[in-house]
Design a protein around this ligand. Sequence first.
Ligand SMILES: NC(=O)c1ccc[n+]([C@@H]2O[C@H](COP(=O)([O-])OP(=O)(O)OC[C@H]3O[C@@H](n4cnc5c(N)ncnc54)[C@H](OP(=O)(O)O)[C@@H]3O)[C@@H](O)[C@H]2O)c1
Length: 336
Amino acid sequence: MTTMQAIEISRFGPADVLRPVRRPMPRPGPGEVLIKVAASGVNRPDVFQRQGHYAPPPGASDLPGLEVAGILADGDTGSANPFGLKPGDPVCALLAGGGYAEYAVAPLAQCLPVPAGFSMVEAAALPENYFTVWSNVFDRGRLGHGEGGVRETLLVQGGSSGIGVTAIQLAHALGHRVFATAGSMEKCAACERLGAERAINYREEDFVEAVKQATGGRGVDVILDMVAGDYLPREIDALAEDGRLVVIATLGGSRATVDAATVMRRRLTITGSTLRPRPVAFKAAIARQLHEKVWPLLAAGKLRPVIHQVFPAAEAARAHAVMESSAHIGKLMLQW
Ligand SMILES: NC(=O)c1ccc[n+]([C@@H]2O[C@H](COP(=O)([O-])OP(=O)(O)OC[C@H]3O[C@@H](n4cnc5c(N)ncnc54)[C@H](OP(=O)(O)O)[C@@H]3O)[C@@H](O)[C@H]2O)c1
């Protein structure tokens, strides 16, 4: 077989520009493997790519899709292979693109074994969210300050998103106090079931006041933010001394006015990152940390992805429409 089924962005526009097509099968290069895909995750960046606002990095597939799970079919497993993966193994992988397809190529270093007891759909829901949350909350945001660290407080904006659900579950499982914001009572209730001590309906309540009240006026140690814009000055108010604000998206706009004197006086850190364009070596380092610290929690059933809905891959446009409605809690998935 030289061609495969894929979902392409036929032109930039609304969800229905996503079209099932036949494409040549991708070929793995050195350090890469071919995966026969069973399930693909849908992420908000796929929507931005479809709209023409988020181009794939140089060298990446033009097909959308940042994560898959399936069977390792072929490729270079001879070089650096930290998890001892081989053809026939069930794997999940972080991609820079190309996940909406029956076959995908991934750097071996960005592949992890499917955790014991996980379905392919559950495994495909892990990479994008866990790589992003680990890298931003624990590495950049230093929640708990690393090994043998302290118990700290985290505020997750957009708590019901795929990213938000992961951040709540992981920080809670590692013993931290978690607060979250979401746009409805139903979403807030879900955040609290997942481990948030208090979820704040931002349409009805001020998150600054709510977290100050819950922390005895101190504020939180880390904020994971996907809104930015006019949230930034308020987040600076909601941080404790030495607090860290990590921005991973600008859903509310990218411009803000902040009080630099407060940043100095309270010794705050404002940082952020985007995962997709980072080099393989950077993602490989995150994969090793996830394998060591998080995969055992997944295998032990202490963490489980929240799957909102699974669509046949040919109906990817429907999955995008749900994502844009923001009606979902957790992950939207495609199955091949
Ligand atoms: N920097 C990185 O490396 C990186 C990596 C992956 C994803 N991301 C970003 O992280 C964010 C979450 O990704 P995801 O795939 O988990 O998304 P998702 O599941 O679609 O969730 C986004 C949620 O954000 C909330 N929201 C708040 N303000 C919004 C606004 N102005 N417009 C739309 N939604 C708004 C919505 O819930 P409410 O109803 O509660 O408002 C929505 O459900 C996305 O912005 C994505 O681009 C960044």
